[in-house]
Design a protein around this ligand. Structure first.
Ligand code: GN1
Ligand code: MG
Length: 368
C-alpha cells in the first residue's frame, strides 16, 4: 500500500507548502473522495491544509472539476470583496497550485490529489444539527446560490453528466434491476416495487422547466449540512465546501437535498427505521435561512415548489443507492455488505414521510 506519509511529504514539496510536514488526520465524512488534514510546522508556526484524493472513478476528468471550482471560488471571492468582506480567507476556499501552475498532483499509484485551504477555527456538523445550525446552513446555501446568480451557467463543465436528472436516475435504476449484476434483485422486490410506484415524480421539475415555470441556475448539487463550514466559536456560517458538483441545476434540488439530509431525525444510514422521520421544525428552520437570501432571485413558482424538491431528491437518492446495491456497490463507499440497501431503505422511509407531510410543508412555505 502507498505510504500516505510519503505522499503528503511529496505533495507539500510539490505545492511548496509552508513548513515541514509532520502528520495528517483522516476526515471520515464523504462517500466519494478521501479527505485529510495535513499539518506542517515551521518558523512561522504550524499550518494545516486540506488534502484530497479525487475519486477518479466518479469524476472522470479531474481537470474539469478543478477548472469549475477555481472559477466559482474566484467569482465568489470578488463578489464578497466588492461587498466589503474582511474575513475573505475564511469565507471562500482557495485552491493551491504548484509553481508550474498545476492544481493536481499525481502520486505513484496514479491517484489524483489536490490541496485546498483549511479554514481556521471552523467546524462542520455531521450529527443532527441544532435549530440554529439548521437556519445558518440554509443561509449559507441560499447565499451561495445568490453569489452565483450572475455566473454564466453555460460556461461550466458538466462534471457528472445527468447528475440530478431524476428521470435518467430512474432509468439507470431500471437497468440495474434488469442486469441484476450482483444477483441481489430477488431480495429487494418490495423496494423495487415501491420505487416503481413513485416513478411518476421523477419528471416533476423537468416538466416545470419545459413549461417555462422554473429556470436552470448555478446550483451546488450536494447540499449536505456537512458541506458548510461554521465558525467554531459562534456557529455562524463561513463557507460552502465540496464544490465539485457545482453545475447548472434547479434551486429545489439544493433545497431538497439539504433538508432530506439535515431534517432527517436519524443518520442517512440508520438501520432502525422507526428512528427515521422528517422533522418539520428543522425543515422550517432551514427554509427560514435559505429563502430570504434568495428574495428577488427566485420566482414565486420556484419558492412554492421547494418542498417538492425534498421528496424528489429523496426518491432520486433511493434509486441511486438501490441501483448501486444491485450493481454490486461500485459507486458509493460502503462499510458493510448491505450498506447501500440500508441507505436506500432509509431514504424511502423518509420519502414516505415527506409525501404524508407535503401539504404541511407547502403551508409552511407560504410564510416566506
Ligand atoms: C455523495 O461525497 P458526498 O458524501 O458529499 C454523493 C451525493 C449524495 C451523497 C449521499 C458526487 O456525496 O450525490 O447525495 O453522497 N456525491 C456524488 O450521502 O455522487
Ligand atoms: Mg460531495
Amino acid at each position: 500500500m502507498l505510504s500516505l506519509n510519503k505522499t503528503f511529504e511529496e505533495i507539500c514539496q510539490a505545492f511548496r507548502l509552508k513548513g515541514e510536514f509532520f502528520g495528517y488526520n483522516v476526515i471520515k465524512s464523504g462517500n466519494i473522495n478521501d479527505t485529510y488534514t495535513v499539518h506542517t510546522d515551521g518558523l512561522e508556526g504550524g499550518r494545516t491544509y486540506l488534502v484530497q484524493r479525487i475519486n477518479h472513478n466518479v469524476f472522470l476528468s479531474p481537470e474539469k472539476i478543478i477548472s469549475n471550482v477555481c472559477r466559482i471560488t474566484e467569482h465568489i471571492r470578488l463578489r464578497m470583496l466588492a461587498e466589503g468582506e474582511r474575513d475573505i480567507k475564511r469565507r471562500v476556499l482557495k485552491m493551491y497550485h504548484t509553481p508550474e501552475g498545476e492544481y493536481i498532483y499525481r502520486s505513484e499509484d496514479g491517484s489524483y490529489w489536490r490541496v485546498i485551504s483549511f479554514i481556521t477555527n471552523s467546524c462542520t456538523f455531521n450529527s443532527r444539527p441544532t435549530a440554529k445550525i439548521m437556519q445558518n446552513a440554509g443561509k449559507a446555501f441560499g447565499e451561495f446560490q445568490k453569489n452565483l446568480s450572475d455566473f454564466d451557467a453555460s460556461t461550466l463543465y458538466e462534471t457528472i453528466p445527468h447528475f440530478h436528472d431524476t428521470v435518467k436516475r430512474f432509468e439507470d435504476f431500471e437497468k440495474a434491476v434488469s442486469e441484476n449484476k450482483a444477483g441481489r434483485a430477488d431480495t429487494v422486490k418490495e423496494e423495487i416495487a415501491y420505487l416503481r410506484s413513485m416513478a411518476h415524480y421523477a419528471s416533476f421539475f423537468r416538466d416545470l422547466a419545459s413549461e417555462g415555470k422554473i429556470k436552470l441556475r448555478v446550483t451546488h448539487n450536494d447540499t449536505k449540512c456537512n458541506n458548510v463550514m461554521f465558525d467554531a466559536s459562534t456557529g455562524e456560517p463561513l463557507a460552502v465546501i465540496d464544490l465539485d458538483t457545482v453545475m447548472p441545476g434547479y434551486a429545489a434540488y439544493d433545497f431538497g437535498d439539504a433538508v432530506r439530509f439535515a431534517a432527517n431525525t436519524a443518520a442517512e444510514d440508520e438501520k432502525d427505521l422507526s428512528l427515521v422521520s422528517f422533522d418539520l421544525d428543522m425543515f422550517t428552520r432551514f427554509a427560514s435561512g435559505f429563502v430570504p437570501e434568495l428574495y428577488g432571485y427566485l420566482s414565486e413558482e420556484e419558492i412554492n415548489t421547494l418542498p417538492m424538491g425534498a421528496l424528489v431528491v429523496a426518491l432520486e437518492l433511493s434509486s441511486r443507492f438501490l441501483a448501486d446495491y444491485l450493481n454490486g456497490d461500485t459507486y458509493f463507499k460502503t462499510a458493510y455488505d448491505t450498506h447501500n440497501l440500508v441507505r436506500a431503505r432509509c431514504q424511502m422511509h423518509l420519502a414516505k414521510d415527506m409525501e404524508n407531510k407535503m401539504d404541511e410543508m407547502n403551508r409552511i412555505m407560504k410564510q416566506f
